[in-house]
Design a protein around this ligand. Structure first.
Ligand code: FAD
Ligand code: NAP
Length: 314
């Protein structure tokens, strides 16, 4: 028989937004339950050094997230290893079902499901996922010691991944569809100074080429975006770093969303289009998408939920 848990506040997601909401909701004596999802600790667990978390000149992403989880638990937040598979926001209290079979009934919900890596959608990319094609340099970079690899994208993630991959690879080609990167200046500086990295401007990945036995990537075909000219580059690894999409599947037919699937919140607040449902972090934010801004929104969501519950009980 599936377990049913009642809670004042259900927090969905365990990135900086979720754990910060957990800390604040616990300190407000709301005894929150936080469900971690498939990626406990969120996106920062897929990176190495974080250099812009205030108070830490440098901290490893996974370490920071372990500390956040411990902090939330120490304040009284119940952290559950499970995935929410459906959420009914049509009436309050809200109902959520989890992968384990557990049900949750909550007076308020804080959505902090963040974002996930985007893929290019090429059949050859799909065919070699896990066999040379990756979206996580931290996870897979080690496999490419002394090899040539390519990174696709021109944002902070692509540049950081390219820099990180120089620890292993003999050469990293950064393939970008424009002639200008959108990454931060400090990262671009490091990239340009790194002798192992060669930028390839105005090109898109056309096809991942590889062998079947043993399965693995050997080359990539890239296309010049203006001339259409195809070039083949040797590569054992292909790291796709073209951004992230908000994880709003649970609520896409229930809440108002922005173009691109980001959950709409009221200006200066984390209130969504349904009273009692709050959203924080990358799920709502296509502009800043930082750990510190996500944590800030997690704090706001817990304070908003506390105020909502206090008013609802008056
Ligand atoms: P996320 O970190 O995306 O966490 C989302 C959480 O929701 C996860 O725990 C997931 O398991 C959970 N979840 C999703 N669906 C469900 C479900 N159905 N049920 C339950 N749980 C669910 N930012 C910086 O400030 N500094 C950096 O140096 C930096 N480096 C980065 C490096 C990389 C490679 C990447 C990808 C991002 C980086 N960022 C950095 C951005 C930063 O990681 C994000 O802004 C931040 O993690 C967003 O936090 P979040 O809590 O909104 O969501
Ligand atoms: P992003 O900033 O959205 O950049 C995505 C990049 O991929 C862009 O350069 C984009 O090209 C390119 N791209 C998108 N779709 C493409 C396609 N179909 N084909 C080819 N190229 C494509 O994503 P991100 O780099 O993952 O960063 C996400 C957020 O996390 C950002 O807010 C970032 O600041 C943050 N982050 C921060 C840090 C840090 O602070 N150190 C580190 C990592 C990430 P165009 O430029 O042409 O659009």
């Amino acid at each position: 028989m599936a377990e049913t848990r009642k809670t004042r506040v259900l927090i969905i997601g365990s990135g900086p937004a979720g754990y910060t909401a957990g800390i604040y909701a616990s300190r407000a004596m709301l005894s929150p339950i936080l469900v971690q999802g498939i990626e406990p600790g969120g996106q920062l667990t897929t990176t190495t050094e974080v250099e812009n978390w205030p108070g830490d000149t440098e901290v490893q992403g996974p370490d920071l997230m372990i500390r956040m989880e411990a902090h939330a638990k120490a304040m009284g937040c119940e952290v559950i290893s499970d995935i929410i598979t459906s959420l009914d926001l049509s009436k309050r209290p809200f109902e959520a079902k989890a992968d384990s079979g557990a049900d949750f009934i909550a007076d308020a919900v804080i959505l902090a499901t963040g974002a996930r890596a985007k893929w290019l959608g090429l059949p050859s990319e799909d065919a070699f996922k896990g066999f040379g094609v990756s979206a996580c340099a931290t996870c897979d970079g080690f496999f490419y010691r002394g090899q040539e690899i390519v990174v696709i994208g021109g944002g902070n993630t692509a540049v950081e991944e390219a820099l990180f991959l120089t620890n292993f690879a003999s050469k990293v080609t950064l393939i970008h569809r424009r002639g200008e990167l959108r990454a931060e200046k400090i990262l671009i500086d490091r990239l340009m100074k790194n002798p192992k990295i060669v930028p390839l401007w105005h090109h898109e990945l056309e096809e991942v080429v590889g062998d079947d036995n043993p399965k693995g990537v050997t080359d990539v075909k890239v296309k010049h975006v203006e001339t259409g000219a195809i070039t083949e580059i040797p590569a054992k690894g292909v790291f796709v770093a073209i951004g992230h999409a908000p994880a709003s599947e649970l609520v896409k037919d229930q809440l108002e969303l922005h173009h691109g699937g980001y959950v709409k919140v009221m200006p200066g607040s984390t209130a969504t289009s349904i009273p009692g449902v709050f959203a924080a972090g990358d799920l709502t934010d296509h502009v800043y998408r930082q750990a510190v801004t996500s944590a800030g929104m997690g704090c706001m969501a817990a304070l908003d939920a506390e105020r909502f519950l206090a008013e609802a009980e008056d």
